[in-house]
Design a protein around this ligand. Sequence first.
Ligand SMILES: [Zn+2]
Length: 86
Amino acid sequence: MGNYWKSIDNALKLSDLPRKRGKNSIRRVDSLPKCDMCDEPARYDGLTLYGMWGYMCQRHYSKVGVGLGLGKGQELIVVKGGDEID
Ligand SMILES: [Zn+2]
């Protein structure tokens, strides 16, 4: 899997898609999951350029994420002790 994603990294070096923050773009979590593409903590859960969903760290989101919002992806926000913050 490592080599697969490395080749994608190389292929996308020049890509810099404009992204907009839409509604439903944030999800509260107890702790950050691990990025599906490396060992960094994932900051986003969303759709990738390849049509697959996955957890992405900041670095991978910037490379393969399609954006935030309904049907695209969500930024993961760590909330300690429940979700009473609003
Ligand atoms: Zn990553």
